[in-house]
Design a binder for this molecule. Structure first.
Ligand code: NOJ
Length: 792
C-alpha cells in the first residue's frame, strides 16, 4: 500500500513528456524559468554564410552595405510608416540608390489591392499533393506580387502545422504532416522566388494556436513547450525544406517557445535557424511581435515590423546600442547584409517595379490600375481548384452526375457572398453579421467574439484575414446553372431554409455547407448543429443527397455520414476564385477527383488526442499560459496509429471514379550506407541543414494499375516505420495520371533525412540500425504493399 502511495505521489510530482522530459512539480514553479520548457542561450548570431548559390548576391551586398553608415544600416532594420498599402516597408538608403523593401500579405494571394487573383489556400495545395502544381501556383502568384511592386510575399505558411485541430489558421498551412508540408512548401518557395519575389516563410515556430497568441495586459503569450526531438522531427522539418529551397526571409511568430518569445529566442534564431539550417536570409518579426531591443538584436532578429519602439523610429536606439558597446557593429552589418543580399538574390536590383506601386494606401479606395493578372494563370487556377477537392464517400453511383433531369441545391454556401470586398476577410466578416445572428442565434456574438463556425451568407473560397480580394468568384450555384443550361437540367434551389422542401422529381440534392476559420481565433468546434441539421433534413426526404463542405480545417461528419440517403461527400476545402467551375468539372466527371486528405478526419473531437483544443491560461499558469506538446511527434495520424484509434477518414485518403491496384514492391538500399552523420558544423552545412541529409540512400518502386474504366490520377504514398519512431511516417508520394487499364511504375527516393531520427545526445540526425517497415499504398491505412529495409 505504501509503495502504491509512493508511486501515486511520484505521478503527481512529475509530468513526463512522450520523449521522457521530466518537468518540475507544479508547487516548485514560482517563475518563468521553472516551466516545462526552457530555452537554452545560443550566442552570438552567426553571420550570413554567403555560400553556394548565395555567393554572388552576398558579395554584392557586402560591397553595398560597406558604404552605409551605422545610422543608415540601423534605419534599414525597422519598419517605417508608408504612403503605400504595403503591410510593411523597411528603411531605404536613397544616397546609395537602395530603395528599401515592401512586404505584403499573404500566402494565398496578394492582399489589400485589386486586379489580382484569389488562389487556392494552403490547405487546398496540401490536399492536391501535387508538387508541380504547387510550384506553378507559386510562380504565377509570385508574379502578381512583383507586378504590384511587392518585394517580399508574407508567406507561405507552414506554422501552424495543424497540431491543434481547432486552430484558426490551419487552413493557411499546407498539411499537419511535416513531410507533405515540407515537399510542397519547398516548391512554393522555389516558385515565388523564381518570379523574383522574396518569400517570408512563417510563422517560426510553434504558432499552433490563436488563443493567447499575443500578450495582453499582464498575461504573456502562450508558450509552446516543445522538446528537442519533436521540434526537429516535426515543427522545424518543413522550415528546413523551405530554407533548403533558398527562402530569403523567415517570420518569427507571436508565441513564445519554451518560455522565450520567438523573436528574441536565441536557440530558435541563432541556434536552429542560422546555425543548424545554415539560413542565408533574414528574420522579420511578425507584426508587433518584437518585445525587447537588445535581447532581440542579440538573439538573431534582423527586421522589426511594422515599426520598432525598441530599436527606435529610425533605428536610433539600435545605433546607440552599438555606440555604447552593447552590440558589436558587425551584428547590425550582418542584419543589413542579409536583407540586401536577398534583394540581389531575387534579381530585384534590375527591372523591379517601384516599391509598392500597385498597392493602394486605402483598401477602400483602390483604384489602382496596375493589372497583375496574367492570362497564363488560368489553367493553374482551375487545376489548383480542382485538385484540392477530396471525395470521401460515393455510393449508389451518385457521382458523376449524368445530365440529370432535375437537381436541387440547398445551403448557405452555394451562392456567392453578397459583396466582393477589397479584402475578402471583410467580405466574410460581413457575412457573419448580415443575417447570420438571427438564423444561428449566436448569443453575444458581437461581443465577446468568438466568430461563428460557419460563414452563413455565401460560399467561402478562403478563410478569413490571410485572404485576398479575388478577381471574381465562380460560386457553385453559378457553375451549376451553366451546366444545367448545357444539359437541359431543371434546378430547384433554396439557400436559406434549414428544412427545405424537396421536389420529389429531383435526381439529386446538393447541400453546400462550410466550416469557417480566421486568424486571431481558434474554432469553437469541428462541426456545427445548424449545418448538420440542414443536411439531415434534406437527407430525410432526398435519397440521393450529396454534401459539399468548404472547410478551413478538419470538419467532422459522424453526425450523418452513415445515413444511406447521403450518397456522396466532398471535402471541397478552399479552392480560390475558380471554386464552382472546378467543382462542376468533378461532379459531372469531366475530370476525376484526385485530391487526398492532408489531415485526419476523426469520428469524435476527443479522438484528436491531447491537441483537439488550444491551451488556455489556467491555474498557476494564468499569467504565463503554457502549451505542453507532450504528445511529441505523435500528432495527427501518428497519434491515431499510436493509440489505435480508428479515424473516420484517415490521412491520405480520397476516392475517385476508378480503382487502382498496387503490385511489385521493390526496395533497394544504396551500398555502404553509414549510420553516422556528423553533427552540424559550418563545414558540412548547406542551406537547410547538413549536406548529406539530402543524399539518396534508398529507392522504393511499385507498380500502380488503373483497374477501372476512367482515366484518373492516383497519389501513391510511401510510409516508413523508423525503428523506435511512430508506426508509420509519410516519406514519399507520387501523383500520377494513369489511363484506364494501364499501369505505371512509381519511384520514391529516400533521402538520409527521411530515414533518420534526431538524436538529442549526439545533436545530429542518425540513421537507425535495424529493420525499417516499408509500406506503399493509397492512404495511411490502405497499404497493400509492405516490406522491410535493414540498416546494419
Ligand atoms: C500578422 C499575421 O500573423 C501575419 O501572418 C501577417 O503577415 C502580418 N500580421 C502582417 O499583416
Amino acid at each position: 500500500m505504501q509503495l502504491l502511495q509512493a508511486f501515486i505521489a511520484l505521478l503527481v510530482l512529475f509530468r513526463s513528456s512522450a520523449s521522457g522530459v521530466v518537468v518540475p512539480r507544479q508547487s516548485e514553479i514560482t517563475e518563468d524559468s521553472y516551466f516545462y520548457g526552457q530555452s537554452p542561450p545560443v550566442y552570438p548570431t552567426p553571420e550570413m554564410p554567403g555560400s553556394g548559390p548565395w555567393a554572388v548576391a552576398y558579395a554584392k551586398a557586402v560591397a553595398l552595405v560597406s558604404q552605409m553608415t551605422l545610422e543608415e544600416k540601423a534605419n534599414v532594420t525597422v519598419g517605417h510608416s508608408t504612403s503605400t498599402g504595403c503591410s510593411g516597408v523597411t528603411g531605404s538608403v536613397p544616397r546609395l540608390g537602395w530603395p528599401g523593401l515592401c512586404l505584403s500579405d499573404a500566402g494565398n494571394g496578394l492582399r489589400a489591392t485589386d486586379l489580382v487573383n484569389g488562389w487556392p489556400s494552403g490547405i487546398h495545395v496540401g490536399a492536391s499533393w501535387n508538387r508541380d502544381l504547387a510550384y506553378q501556383r507559386a510562380l504565377h502568384m509570385g508574379g502578381e506580387f512583383k507586378t504590384k511592386g511587392v518585394n517580399v510575399a508574407l508567406g507561405p505558411v507552414i506554422g501552424p502545422l495543424g497540431r491543434v485541430a481547432k486552430a484558426g489558421r490551419n487552413w493557411e498551412g499546407i498539411s499537419n504532416d511535416p513531410y507533405l508540408g515540407g515537399e510542397l512548401v519547398y516548391q512554393t518557395v522555389l516558385g515565388i522566388q523564381t518570379a523574383g519575389v522574396i518569400t517570408s516563410v512563417k510563422h517560426y515556430i510553434g504558432n499552433e494556436q490563436e488563443t493567447n497568441r499575443n500578450p495582453s495586459s499582464n498575461v504573456s503569450a502562450v508558450s509552446s513547450n516543445i522538446d528537442d526531438k519533436t521540434i526537429h522531427e516535426t515543427y522545424l522539418w518543413p522550415f528546413a525544406s523551405a530554407v533548403h529551397a533558398g527562402a530569403g526571409c523567415v517570420m518569427c511568430s507571436y508565441n513564445r517557445v519554451n518560455n522565450s518569445y520567438s523573436c528574441q529566442n536565441s536557440k530558435l534564431l541563432n541556434g536552429l535557424l542560422k546555425t543548424e539550417l545554415g539560413f542565408e536570409g533574414w528574420v522579420t518579426s511578425d507584426w508587433d511581435a518584437q518585445h525587447t531591443g537588445l535581447s532581440s538584436t542579440l538573439a538573431g532578429l534582423d527586421v522589426a515590423m511594422p515599426n520598432s519602439s525598441f530599436w527606435g523610429t529610425n533605428g536610433e536606439n539600435l545605433t546607440l546600442s552599438v555606440t555604447n558597446g552593447s552590440v558589436p557593429e558587425s551584428r547590425v552589418t550582418d542584419m543589413v547584409t542579409r536583407i540586401v543580399a536577398s534583394w540581389y538574390q531575387m534579381g530585384q536590383d534590375t527591372n523591379f517595379p517601384v516599391e509598392g506601386i500597385g498597392m493602394p494606401a486605402n483598401y477602400y479606395d483602390p483604384h489602382v490600375t496596375i493589372n497583375a493578372r496574367d492570362p497564363s494563370s488560368k489553367p493553374v487556377l482551375i487545376d489548383g481548384a480542382m485538385e484540392g477537392h477530396v471525395l470521401v464517400k460515393n455510393t449508389n453511383n451518385a457521382l458523376p452526375l449524368n445530365s440529370p433531369k432535375m437537381i436541387s441545391i440547398f445551403g448557405y454556401d452555394a451562392q456567392a457572398p453578397p459583396a466582393n470586398d477589397i479584402e475578402s476577410a471583410s467580405q466574410v466578416f460581413g457575412a457573419w453579421t448580415v443575417g447570420g445572428e438571427s438564423i444561428l442565434d449566436y448569443a453575444g456574438f458581437f461581443s465577446p467574439l468568438p466568430p461563428p463556425q460557419i460563414a452563413i451568407n455565401g460560399t467561402i473560397i478562403s478563410g478569413g484575414n490571410g485572404a485576398n480580394s479575388p478577381a471574381y468568384i465562380s460560386a457553385p450555384f453559378d457553375a451549376l446553372n451553366e451546366q444545367a443550361y448545357n444539359d437541359g437540367t431543371a434546378i430547384f434551389w433554396d439557400f436559406t431554409s434549414q428544412d427545405p422542401t424537396v421536389d420529389t422529381s429531383t435526381d439529386a440534392c446538393l447541400v453546400f455547407i462550410n466550416a469557417f476559420a480566421t486568424e486571431g481565433y481558434d474554432r469553437v468546434g469541428l462541426h456545427d448543429d445548424y449545418s448538420d441539421n440542414l443536411i439531415e433534413n434534406v437527407a430525410a426526404s432526398c435519397s440521393n443527397t450529396i454534401v459539399v463542405i468548404h472547410n478551413a480545417g478538419p470538419r467532422l461528419v459522424d453526425q450523418w455520414i452513415e445515413n444511406p440517403n447521403i450518397t456522396a461527400v466532398i471535402f471541397a476545402h478552399l479552392p480560390g476564385q475558380d471554386s464552382g467551375r472546378a467543382l462542376v468539372q468533378l461532379l459531372y466527371g469531366y475530370e476525376s477527383f484526385s485530391g487526398k486528405l492532408p489531415y485526419t478526419v476523426a469520428k469524435n473531437e476527443s479522438d484528436y488526442i491531447n491537441a483537439g483544443n488550444p491551451s488556455e491560461p489556467e491555474g498557476i499558469y494564468e499569467l504565463f499560459p503554457q502549451s505542453d506538446f507532450t504528445e511529441g511527434v505523435y500528432i495527427d495520424y501518428k497519434g491515431f496509429d499510436q493509440n489505435d484509434i480508428t479515424p473516420r477518414y484517415e490521412f491520405g485518403f480520397g476516392l475517385t471514379y476508378t480503382t487502382f491496384a498496387y503490385s511489385d514492391l521493390d526496395i533497394s538500399l544504396s551500398p555502404s550506407v553509414s549510420t553516422s552523420c556528423l553533427p552540424p558544423s559550418p563545414e558540412n552545412i548547406i542551406q537547410g541543414g547538413i549536406a548529406s541529409l539530402w543524399d539518396v540512400v534508398a529507392t522504393v518502386t511499385a507498380v500502380v494499375q488503373n483497374t477501372g474504366e476512367v482515366d484518373a490520377s492516383e497519389i501513391a504514398q510511401l510510409y516508413i516505420g523508423i525503428p523506435g519512431g511512430p508506426v508509420r511516417q509519410l516519406r514519399g508520394f507520387e501523383k500520377v495520371l494513369i489511363e484506364a487499364g494501364t499501369s505505371v511504375t512509381v519511384s520514391f527516393d529516400l533521402l538520409r533525412r527521411d530515414l533518420s531520427e534526431w538524436d538529442t545526445g549526439a545533436q545530429s540526425w542518425v540513421l537507425q540500425q535495424g529493420q525499417y517497415g516499408v509500406w506503399v499504398g493509397a492512404s495511411s491505412r490502405i497499404l497493400p504493399l509492405s516490406g522491410t529495409l535493414v540498416i546494419s
